[in-house]
Design a protein around this ligand. Structure first.
Ligand code: DX5
Ligand code: ZN
Length: 217
């Protein structure tokens, strides 16, 4: 099943609750929550108090993408705040096993992510242990960037590896998705699509419906 995961990084925070309700009612199954620490990526977004506060008001699936150095320090805390899935960066830690175990033991699904410059083969040893691989299609740190075509082949390669191993692992992509190019990562094998500006820029229900329509063909 294909899933749309709108990234609230592009939302109007004054109207955050209302906009989350809009994306949910328009058919988005996940909510993508980008946590940035200013060290792993050159920007700072928001963290635990925001997630805790949102969790009290909505039951939508929280797809939490942590762009944090040494994610093992905080992974379990994000689950306690309400994350249904925590996706960390392979490049951010030497303790990958520990991070996977911390998320799993805290009771959430586990995602592992790679930046555009990281060979996708680096996640292959972890495929048996994760629920999702997130292939970044922009340099993490900011919304509103252009989809990097050089990443499409990485989507294909990881999807093939998952199929060859007979696993059921989701492939998510994040960055630069628009209604015009969404078919590219889908055809390559992605089944969870993050979209920030393409959802929150303009009329939210119209945007969500246009993206979802393309995900059904
Ligand atoms: C970038 C974030 C993305 C971002 C996507 O570091 O991980 O989730 O919000 O934004 P768009 O869809 O605008 O490229
Ligand atoms: Zn993200």
């Amino acid at each position: 099943m294909n899933i749309l995961s709108p990234s609230i990084l592009a939302a109007d925070f004054w109207q955050l609750g209302r906009q989350i309700e809009q994306v949910r009612q328009s058919g988005a199954q996940y909510l993508h929550i980008d946590v940035m620490d200013g060290i792993f990526v050159p920007s700072i977004s928001f963290g635990m108090p925001v997630i805790t506060s949102l969790r009290k008001r909505t039951d939508i699936f929280f797809d939490v993408h942590i762009m944090i150095q040494e994610p093992e320090r905080y992974a379990a805390q994000f689950v306690k705040c309400g994350a249904n899935m925590v996706t960390f960066h392979l490049e951010a830690t030497e303790h990958i096993q520990e991070t996977i175990d911390a998320i799993r033991q805290a009771g959430a699904r586990v995602g592992i992510s790679i930046k555009p410059g990281t060979p996708v083969e680096e996640v292959f040893p972890w495929l048996e242990q994760v629920d999702m691989v997130l292939v970044m299609t922009v340099e993490p740190g900011f919304g509103g960037q252009k989809y990097m075509d050089s990443c499409t082949d990485k989507i294909r390669r990881v999807r093939n590896a998952i199929t060859e191993k007979g696993l059921r692992v989701d492939v998510e992509i994040d960055g630069g998705v628009t209604a015009e190019n969404i078919s590219v990562p889908l055809k390559a094998g992605a089944n969870v699509i993050v979209a920030g500006s393409a959802v929150f820029g303009g009329d939210i229900p119209t945007n969500v419906q246009a993206l979802i329509k393309q995900m059904q063909v």
